[in-house]
Write a new protein. Structure first.
Length: 191
């Protein structure tokens, strides 16, 4: 019996010890440790895709001109029109970029490409937000038309265009414009 009393007293002591050993409140925060050494720089990422500051070349577009008749100084007159939906013509392009337009030669069926400015007075091209308006004195349905949009960032950041005014760029022939755009975009992507 003595052993049983001793065992009960021992169990009671262990139970009291377990109950009285509860977790107390948290102590105060310790001091901040020293700052570690800076890590190594990461590797360069790959070049991304062209964004809004990229030169845009349209495919050749077949014009479909429709006649618009009106009265000019009391006499009947007409003009042929086509409107091309061009979402790439943004306000930023109109404000600081340059748009070039070309048409395959309208009077000589030799496949040559002519800047639309060469047809001033006969063919007029107007650029507006999201569209290009083509007005011409005769029906040129079937003629091939192409535009090139050079954003302002390319014009100002590229050494290729620094020696040209916007008017000089607008009047470039197709071969020269293609060459300069290629140089400007190649240099821009390798920097």
């Amino acid at each position: 019996m003595k052993n049983l009393k001793l065992l009960l007293v021992g169990c009671l002591a262990i139970s009291v010890a377990m109950i009285s050993c509860s977790k107390g409140p948290a102590g105060p925060a310790g001091a901040t440790g020293a700052t570690g050494a800076a890590g190594a720089n990461g590797s360069n990422g790959t070049n991304g895709t062209n964004g809004t500051d990229s030169v845009l070349h349209s495919p050749w577009i077949t014009l479909t001109t429709t006649v618009d008749t009106f009265t000019n100084n009391g006499s009947p007159d007409s003009i042929f029109l086509d409107t091309l939906v061009t979402p790439a013509i943004t306000q930023a392009v109109l404000d600081s970029g340059v748009i070039l337009s070309y048409v395959q030669n309208l009077f000589n069926n030799d496949g040559s490409i002519v800047n639309v400015l060469d047809y001033a007075g006969y063919l007029e091209v107007t650029y507006r937000l999201g569209e290009i308006d083509v007005a011409v004195l005769s029906d040129i349905t079937g003629a091939q038309f192409r535009y090139v949009i050079i954003p302002g960032a390319i014009l100002t950041q590229s050494a290729t265009f620094k020696n040209y005014t916007k008017q000089q760029i607008r009047s470039l022939d197709f071969a020269t414009a293609t060459k300069l755009v290629s140089e400007a975009t190649t240099k821009a992507t390798t920097n």
